[in-house]
Every structure is written in C-alpha cells, then in structure tokens.
Design a protein around this ligand. Structure first.
Ligand code: ADP
Ligand code: MG
Length: 402
C-alpha cells in the first residue's frame, strides 16, 4: 500500500523530526567532497519550510561508534545545507541533550535545525527505547527520508515511530514507489541485469528476481561462479568455490521458472588487474589458465544491449566488469548506454553501478537511481525494511472490482 507522506499530514507550525541521510564523504580536513546526499533531501526540507513547519533534522555520519568524535561532526553538513536552502541551519552541540532541546524550543515556523551525529550516542544503533523517546520529545511528527538506512532498525529509523505519527519524505517515497512497482506490478518484458564482484552478496536478490523477471542477464565477477557451475575452466578469475553448488541450483531454478537466464558468451580476459596488462577476447569455454575474466566480451555486450532495449522494465545492479580499469570498462558502459536507451522504467542500484552510470554520462536518462546500497539490495531481495515498515500507509482507495 502507498505510504503516507508529508503531503498527507498537516505540518504547519508543527515540530517535525526528519531522519535524513547526510552520511557524506569528507576529505581528511573535513570538507564535504560530494553533497549528493544533502541535495537528495532538499525536496522534503524545502516543502516543510514552505509549509511553515519547524524542522528538526537528524542523521548519522560515518562510524563514531557511540562516542562523541569531532571528526564526525555534522557541522559541515549544516553549513552546506544552509547554502543550498538560503537560510541559516543551526546545529545543536549534542544529539538529544540540553543544546538540542533549547534550539528546538526556539524554532519558529519555517526554521531548520540539525541535531549532532546520532551515532555519537550508543543508544541510536541499539534502538534503545529511551533514546527513541528523547528524539520523539523534540517533535510532534516524524518523517523518514533516509532510504539508505531504512534497512537498519535503529532508534532514529524505527524506534522513534512508536512515539510519533510517522510518514515518508519524498526521497524515501520515490524509492519505495518506483522499486515497489517494478517488483509487484512490472510492465513486461521485465529484465534484470546482475553483476558485480561476488555471487554471495547477491544470492537473495537473484532468488527473489527469478520469481519475477522474464529474463535475467548475469555478468561481472559473479558470472565466473556460474560458468564454473556449467563445468567451464575459469583460469585465475574471481570465483567463489563454495558458491558453485548454489549457482547450479539457481540455474535450475531459472529453468523451472521459465526465466531466460543469460551468461556471457564471450569475455575479456587479462593477465592482471592493470590497465597495461595484456588482454584479449575469448569464448566463455576458452578462458586460458593463468588469465582472468575482467569484462563481458563485445558479442555479449551487443546481445545484452539488444535485450535491454526491448524490455519495458529494467533493474540493474552490479557492473559487468572491472570498470574502474579503463580497458575493462566497455561492457559496463555498453550496458549503461542500453539501460539509458531502454523505453520503459529503468532502475539502477548499488554504489558501484551508480558510479558507473555517472561515469558513462547517462545518469539523467535513467528513470530511478537508487540512493541506497544495502537498503536497495534488501529491497530487491523482497525483504521488508524496518524503516519503511513503521511508516503509516494511505487507506486503500482501490474501488472494489466489478
Ligand atoms: P554494486 O556496488 O553496484 O552493488 P558490487 O559492489 O557488487 O556492485 O561490485 C562492484 C565491483 O565488482 C567493482 O569494484 C568491480 O571492479 C568488481 N568486478 C566486476 N567484475 C569483476 C570481475 N570480472 N572480476 C573481479 N571483479 C569484478
Ligand atoms: Mg559495491
């Protein structure tokens, strides 16, 4: 059922606690090197400001392990957010202590403040009810807009909802709506592309998608374990020996389900993971001893691209090769280009896959670029995310059939 959002509740004059994901990368001297995550939260923050809400933002940053550590202060994020929204964003000296309470009490309609790093308090990750209560006491309404941590049951992502009405921000809503639509009610043909380093990271995703897609394309390092399951030699390619049996079972499951599962037919193999290493193209049965598969080959890339362009729903997670090394990036970029050119709903998730889509210069032609790493994978596994499960849903307005 669709989530209730900030649009479905009255926020004017109310104190609204918004869980955002400001876990931005910082340089050694504390400069924000990429503010994408702050920008991603702007639609919700701007909406609340425009409606005259009193906005109390909270986030984690890095892994301070439950202790106050100035290296992980959210102060730089308060400054950057202030520049982006053109108004002062005050930051508390503590998380739920006297400073936070005092700043909160002084908020006027349309004001924005930020709590210090939630993970300065060990009770955050422990999902401590007392801490959740202290967070809740700062507000009248709770909004979760941090999709990237929605797979964690922490005080600020789950516990707090026990004490306040809880609704979704726009970023989280879009993630759940778009990916939920793809999994529950996809336009067909529905195709998924999975790659990346290891099968073990993605077994749950493969299993869940096998029950939903019409076609599954597998590339990247994980394809090697499948090639081994088919009995092929894989040289010194990355292979998970202990997952070969599981790969064989997944191949059987695909057959039973009538899912068209494609593995690479040709591969780029190299002698080392080095841009100057000797490399060449071989058929999948012919990986030489001492060589490793580092990319899908050109025939496979063409075949994959053709299938992608004929699909109405495409979900992609995991690069097709070691795309960080220029000579081995072609397969991944060809897939990125094809996904961008696909006519229907296109979704890309996963830190490295999203980086690849940006490097290929096609990000603006993808329907939805998911902001979650682990959260996106768990969503694609079909698991219920704790940070989503606690949010209120809209009453079902579907008219009765007939
Ligand atoms: P994502 O972050 O999109 O979920 P992963 O983290 O699972 O993707 O995988 C990305 C990594 O997989 C990249 O660092 C890439 O170099 C690596 N990779 C892809 N193909 C291969 C391969 N054939 N051999 C070794 N590593 C690979
Ligand atoms: Mg990754």
């Amino acid at each position: 059922m669709p989530l209730k959002t900030v649009r479905d509740v009255d926020v004017t004059g109310r104190r609204v606690l918004v869980r955002v994901d400001f876990n931005v990368p910082l340089s050694p001297d504390g400069e924000i090197t990429d503010d994408t995550r702050i920008r991603a939260a702007l639609p919700t923050i701007r909406y609340l400001v425009d409606q005259g809400a009193r906005v109390v933002l909270c986030s984690h940053l890095g892994r301070p392990k439950g202790k106050v550590d100035p290296r992980y202060s959210l102060k730089p994020c308060a400054v950057r957010l202030g520049q982006l929204i053109g108004r002062e964003v005050r930051i508390a000296e503590d998380v739920t202590g006297p400073s936070a309470r005092a700043l909160g009490a002084r908020l006027r309609n349309g004001d924005v403040m930020l709590l210090e790093n939630l993970r300065f308090d060990p009770r955050e990750e422990a999902n401590d009810p007392g801490f959740a209560r202290e967070l809740a006491d700062l507000a009248d309404l709770y909004v979760n807009d941090a999709f990237g941590t929605a797979h964690r049951a922490h005080a600020s992502t789950a516990g707090v909802a026990a004490y306040l009405p809880a609704v979704a921000g726009f970023l989280l809503q879009k993630e759940v709506d778009v990916m939920g639509k793809a999994l529950a009610n996809p336009d067909r043909p529905f195709l998924a592309i999975l790659g990346g380093a290891k099968v073990s990271d993605k077994i749950g995703v493969i299993e869940n998608l096998l029950g939903k897609v019409d076609r599954l394309l597998i590339g990247g390092g994980m394809a090697n374990t499948f090639l081994r399951a088919l009995g092929h030699g894989t040289g010194k390619s990355l292979v998970e020996e202990d997952k070969v049996d599981q790969a064989r079972k997944l191949l059987e499951k695909a057959k039973e389900r009538g899912v068209d599962l494609w593995l690479p037919e040709d591969l780029v193999v190299a002698t080392a993971l080095d841009p100057n290493a000797e490399h060449r193209i071989v058929k999948k049965e012919e990986i030489p001893d001492g060589w490793m598969a580092v990319d899908i080959g050109p025939d496979t890339a063409r075949r994959f691209a053709g299938a992608i362009r004929q699909s109405m729903t495409v979900v992609w997670n995991g690069p097709m090769g070691v795309f960080e090394v220029e000579p081995f990036s072609r397969g991944t970029f060809a897939v990125a280009e094809a996904v961008a050119g696909s006519p229907g709903l296109t979704i890309v998730g996963g830190g490295d896959s999203v980086a690849a889509v940006h490097a290929a210069g096609v990000a603006d032609r993808i329907t939805h670029i998911s902001t979650g790493g682990g959260a996106t994978l768990e969503f694609l596994e079909g698991r219920e995310l704790p940070g989503v499960a606690v949010l209120e849903t809209k009453p079902d307005v579907t008219p009765p059939a007939g």
